[in-house]
Design a protein around this ligand. Structure first.
Ligand code: GDP
Ligand code: MG
Length: 330
């Protein structure tokens, strides 16, 4: 039986449970989760190593979690939609996640439109079935959705309770083409630890604040020094207004302390070292509408840029060697 592998994109409206599904299938917390829409802002890759079992060979699924499909109204929102389109490019299968506790709405339609445009094979995943008491209620829903797209499979699951996930994995593996493992067994994500630390801080902001603040904040790691026993991290929480900053810092710094302590514990678990976490809060009015600022948050772009800079520096170094004589005249 052949080893199968491929890229599988998770698509759906905000809050459908996409990131919960990614984490459940990979078995590690790669994506942050919150009850607030637009928690996920980047595409997040997670690798699932699936052992062979009776009736089928093993395989490797490269899952790509995406931001929720929505009509963007800022540079940040537009960037999130670009992340979705890039994730859809060239994937072997799309998992369209619907939340069974919500009616089909324009955002679900928007997700289907993106899928149609990509023309990919797709499964319909009906999530949060743990919240539906009468499972018979799912049947008309399945009928309705089947008319909207030619789904290869319809699979009800609970990402939260991890129900139906084995069936889902089996179905994914059987659909993927025979192919090699793209990643070694011990690799489960391409996200740098530095970025994951920023996300863990942002998750605590999302969980501890309300109204505009979750949407108006972002986190950047300014310093990340990983040692054998201790990792030193300095990060800045950016918000848009002084009032928000006041809330994020809290009376006598209490809120910032709460966010910092909770985040530190999680980062320690992720890194397996003690962590010294320093947090700062700054206002950056209108950052969501600043293309430059939003691009700075993109770690893939940051890595690329750093690589280009290093290459430029290396070639400058070569030039300098050959210009040695000239410089002496300076
Ligand atoms: P995303 O925006 O699609 O990535 O959604 P998240 O994974 O961040 O989940 C949004 C919310 O739905 C969180 O509060 C999750 O705990 C919750 N959730 C996700 N999957 C399930 C599920 O299967 N059952 C229930 N009851 N809640 C879920
Ligand atoms: Mg998400």
């Amino acid at each position: 039986m052949p080893f199968r592998s491929g890229f599988v994109c998770i698509l759906g409206r905000p809050n459908a449970g996409k990131s919960t599904l990614l984490n459940a299938l990979v078995g590690e917390k790669l994506a942050i989760i919150s009850p607030k829409p637009q928690t996920t802002r980047n595409r997040i890759q997670g690798v699932v190593h699936v052992p062979a079992r009776k009736g089928r060979g093993g395989g490797q699924i490269v899952l790509i979690d995406t931001p929720g499909v929505h009509k963007p109204d800022s540079s940040l929102g537009r960037k999130m939609m670009v992340e979705i389109r890039e994730a859809l490019e060239g994937c072997d299968l799309v998992l369209v996640i619907m939340d069974v506790t919500h009616r089909f709405d324009p955002r679900d339609q928007f997700a289907l439109d993106l899928l149609k445009h990509a023309g990919a094979k797709a499964f319909l995943i009906l999530n949060k079935v743990d919240l539906i008491r009468e499972k018979a209620k799912l049947l008309p829903m399945i009928e309705e959705y089947r008319n909207l797209y030619d789904f290869a499979e319809v699979i009800p699951i609970s990402a939260l309770k991890r129900n139906g996930l084995d069936d889902l994995l089996d179905a994914i593996i059987s659909l993927l083409p025979a192919g090699p493992a793209y990643f070694p067994e011990d690799q489960i994500t391409d996200q740098p630890a530095r970025f994951m630390a920023a996300e863990i801080v942002r998750e605590q902001v999302l969980l501890n604040t309300s109204e505009e603040i979750p949407y108006a904040t972002t986190v950047m790691v300014d310093n990340f020094e990983e040692g054998k026993r201790l990792t030193r991290i300095a990060a800045t929480i950016y918000c848009e207004r002084e009032g928000q900053k006041g809330i994020l810092v809290g009376k006598g710094g209490q809120m910032l302390k709460k966010i910092g302590t909770a985040a530190r514990v999680q980062i320690e678990r992720m890194l397996g070292t003690k962590v010294f976490l320093e947090l700062y809060v700054k206002t950056e009015p209108g950052w969501r509408d600043s293309r430059r600022f939003v691009e700075e948050l993109d770690w893939r772009r940051q890595l690329e840029q750093r690589m280009h800079e290093q290459q430029a520096e290396a070639s400058r170094g070569l030039d300098e060697d050959s210009d040695e004589a000239d410089r002496k005249n300076d």
